[in-house]
Write a protein that binds this ligand. Structure first.
Ligand code: ADP
Ligand code: MG
Length: 250
């Protein structure tokens, strides 16, 4: 569904290329994590996918068509929730549907289902400041889902959370992914998180980024924390950490 075809990209304020001839493909419904050292260009990949930045060379294709002619194919969720502090949780989650001019009745029904789905029904009339970090990220995810986009770009969504909240949200996210059958691209610098969540892991090793090293995680779904202790998974974790460490020393 998503294809980078020979992408070369440079920020106009920089004198070096971020990417040179980068190509990769993502299939419908995959859960892919992108890992790499800070500043290596992970968020830039997302900015190219959603069209915020344009490549100097190459094409970004969605379902075989250039993104310039596509609409609403991807939805972005950042590390820090972008919930509006002056809107209740319910009103925040309604936002994408307001933009799509859905009827009041449809909005009310969909938002009720979604609030229950993400366990925030009792909090619908609260404001973002009244919620914990994990709740805010669930609200933010609900809003991302209600954009109706098939591809979700999640940019380190759990990295600001405490470790226990993070673990329960990871389990929760896998469940949501299986239920809604979206394509998820998930940026993280947490190797264990990438292993627990994704089918495939893309590693960014160098700048300029010329390719992603791709690894398939040899686990099926649903997964449990116990799977992380398997020797092949533990070895894979060490191998991935070593690859990232080499990058940092460069
Ligand atoms: N809007 C921008 N304009 C110019 N340079 C940018 C911009 N955004 C990011 N960069 C530069 O590009 C590099 C990669 O950024 P980014 O994609 O955010 O990395 P990551 O998400 O992997 O940490 C950074 O070193 C940063 O200086
Ligand atoms: Mg980033």
């Amino acid at each position: 569904m998503l294809e980078f075809n020979n992408i070369t990209f440079k920020y106009s304020s920089d004198d070096y290329n971020m990417m040179e001839g980068l190509s990769f493909k993502v299939k419908d419904g995959e859960f892919i994590s992108i890992i790499g050292a800070s500043g290596c260009g992970k968020s830039t990949v997302f900015r190219l996918i959603n069209g915020l930045e344009k490549p100097q060379q190459g094409k970004v294709l969605v379902d075989g068509a250039e993104i310039s002619i596509k609409k609403n194919y991807s939805a972005y969720m950042p590390q820090k929730d972008l919930l509006y502090p002056w809107r209740t949780i319910e009103k925040n989650i309604c936002l994408p549907m307001e933009i799509q001019r859905k009827s009041k009745a449809e909005m009310a029904q969909t938002v009720e289902e979604m609030l229950k789905e993400v366990g925030l029904w009792e909090y619908r009339n609260k404001y973002p400041k009244d919620l914990s970090g994990g709740m805010k990220q669930r609200a933010s995810f609900a809003r991302t889902l209600l954009t109706g986009s098939e591809m979700l770009l999640l940019d380190e969504p759990f990295s600001a959370l405490d470790s226990l909240t993070k673990i329960s949200l990871q389990e929760w996210l896998v469940g949501e992914w299986q239920k809604y059958k979206k394509t998820i691209l998930f940026v993280t610098h947490d190797v264990e998180e990438a292993l627990f969540l994704s089918k495939k892991i893309f590693i960014i090793k160098d700048r300029p980024v010329t390719y992603f090293e791709e690894y398939e995680v040899p686990l099926s779904y649903p997964r449990s924390r116990e799977d992380m202790k398997r020797s092949d998974i533990a070895d894979m974790k060490e191998m991935l950490i070593n690859q990232l460490r080499q990058k940092v020393e460069l």
